[in-house]
Write a protein that binds this ligand. Structure first.
Ligand SMILES: [Zn+2]
Ligand SMILES: [Zn+2]
Length: 419
């Protein structure tokens, strides 16, 4: 078995990994680079974006753009594998983007929709084969829903590919059990290391939810700027609103996303059950939501939580409550977008947010902290080594985890022979 990280040995966005055995190639993720990333070279990968692809397949860990955003660069005949709910969420998300006014961008989203019209879905815990390689997907907790680690085995070598994951989400408790059951006798871990430069421990989603509940009790009109596909955060806000006796109002698109998740998961947990107590609003043409008078009266009487995104419809909805002491705006996303020092800085978003100088930052990372990584590595005890990926600080792995296993630092494009 051979591993090549085509991109991602020293950056977070745009990871592409190849696992090769015999003539068969399994690629994992084909993402977009984050804004401001140094590598400007066009990605050209034999068996994926060019050349003979007859023995290639592409596995997607999850639907974040830094993992799937360059999907169109894969040759059209390469089969794509992803989780079923993740696939449905991604379809719904891309569908919405086909309506954006910029024609070129809208066209790209139409092409993505066509490309994913026909994907192969895998099931958590169910092993499937590609050539003589065996793949077992393990569902893990991340800020994208239905996200996966993979155990890949070939020629007596067993590898755990972590993908993006965390230990402080609502569903993270399952991880040690999954590892104990499926990830025995591992030789190599290819591990994400997004947060290895940060020494602080992450706040749990549960604790964050508690803080939201308190805030919603204090203020009546709550607007939370968050990602529509950060599904567990969305449901967490829903439950926080319920506990604070506020109603939950979102746009139709967001409600449909919640329904996709509920349909596939409400039989396993009450967390994704909303018992039809979500109020959804649709758009009028002039940048305003159509909020029926009856709903508006209810919103004013009971108070509400509304997850919002950065577009004129939502900012106009927030503005309807300007000047009211009971209005509260929360920023529940990565800080980089509103940090002028960061390459991913979005000045337009910051300007909108600055209309509400008292806005509260309430967020916790989708990625694990150092303690969680160490715990995973200690449990798995890889026999041959740990290969960092999805990190700007691969060299930190040696100091942090060098006592647990050998750290193997690769360069982008370098092929490592596992045998
Ligand atoms: Zn991610
Ligand atoms: Zn990522």
């Amino acid at each position: 078995m051979r591993i090549t990280i085509h991109r991602g040995t020293d950056q977070i966005g745009g990871c592409v990994t190849e696992i090769c055995y015999g003539e068969h190639k399994l690629f994992i993720d084909l993402g977009e680079q984050l804004p401001g990333t140094h590598s400007t070279e066009e990605l050209a990968v034999e068996g994926l974006t060019k050349g003979d692809t007859t023995k290639s397949a592409l596995l997607i860990t999850h639907y974040h753009a830094d993992h799937i955003g360059e999907l169109l660069k894969a040759k059209p005949e390469v089969p794509v594998y992803m989780g079923e709910t993740a696939w449905k969420i991604y379809q719904h998300y891309e569908q919405r983007l086909t309506y954006i006014p910029e024609t070129e961008k809208a066209l790209k989203h139409k092409q993505v929709l066509e490309r994913i019209d026909n994907v192969n879905t895998f099931t958590a815990g169910k092993t499937f084969c590609w050539g003589n390689m065996q793949v077992t997907p393990l569902m893990i907790d991340h800020s994208a829903f239905d996200a996966y680690m993979f155990v890949i085995e070939a020629d007596g070598v067993r590898l755990l590919y972590t993908g993006d994951f965390r230990g402080h989400g609502f569903r993270s408790k399952a991880l040690p059990k999954l590892i104990a059951k499926y990830a025995k006798d591992i030789d190599y871990i290819v591990s994400e290391g997004t947060n290895v430069y940060r020494t602080v421990e992450n706040e749990s989603e549960h604790a964050l939810q508690g803080r939201f509940t308190e805030e919603f009790r204090k203020c009546k009109y709550n607007f939370v700027l968050t990602s529509s596909t950060n599904i567990d955060r969305i449901f967490s806000l829903y439950h926080a609103a319920q506990r604070a006796s506020r109603i939950f109002v979102c746009d139709h698109y967001q409600h449909q996303l919640m329904k996709i998740v509920a349909k596939s998961h409400e039989n396993y947990t009450m967390f994704y059950k909303t018992r039809d107590t979500v109020y959804d609003i649709s758009r009028k043409k002039n940048g305003m939501f159509l909020i029926p008078d009856k709903l508006l009266r209810l919103m004013k009487r009971k108070g509400f939580c509304m997850p919002i995104r950065d577009n004129e419809y939502f900012w106009n909805a927030v503005a309807q409550f300007d000047g009211d002491d009971d209005q509260a705006v929360y920023y529940s996303m990565w800080r980089g977008y509103v940090d002028a020092q960061h390459p991913a800085y979005n000045p337009d978003l910051k300007e909108k947010l600055d209309h509400y100088p008292d806005y509260k930052y309430m967020h916790t990372s989708g990625h694990c902290d150092i303690k969680t990584l160490a715990k995973l590595f200690r449990q798995v005890k890889p026999r041959k080594g740990i290969i960092p990926i999805h990190t700007e600080h691969p060299e930190r792995f040696e100091t942090l985890f060098g006592s647990i296993a050998r750290i193997i630092l690769l360069q982008d494009g370098e092929t490592y022979d596992c045998n």
